[in-house]
Design a protein around this ligand. Structure first.
Ligand SMILES: [Zn+2]
Length: 89
């Protein structure tokens, strides 16, 4: 199971943020959500894992206030960038 654990973390954050009241003005179609996730992942370090154990370890490491704040900031930047130019990619 080769996968980028960061992708799952970012996906979760995007889902939570986009359903919040602060981001109701942005388009929430599949394309925009994927563009936001892709843009965020391009600016975040990848954390590839090959097992459930590795995945859990990354989640635990990223689940600190500082890490989540920093990842959230990148995701929010991406929401604004995609929101300014939706359906361009
Ligand atoms: Zn859209």
């Amino acid at each position: 199971m080769l996968k980028n654990a960061m992708e799952e973390i970012v996906q979760g954050i995007v889902t939570v943020l986009m359903s919040g009241s602060d981001y109701q003005i942005f388009c929430k179609c599949q394309q925009c959500q994927e563009d936001i996730i892709a843009l965020s992942l391009n600016t975040l370090p990848a954390h590839y894992v090959t097992s459930e154990k590795g995945r859990t370890a990354v989640f635990e490491r990223m689940n600190s206030k500082e890490n989540l704040e920093w990842i959230n900031k990148r995701v929010i930047q991406s929401i604004y960038t995609v929101g300014k130019y939706p359906h361009r990619s």
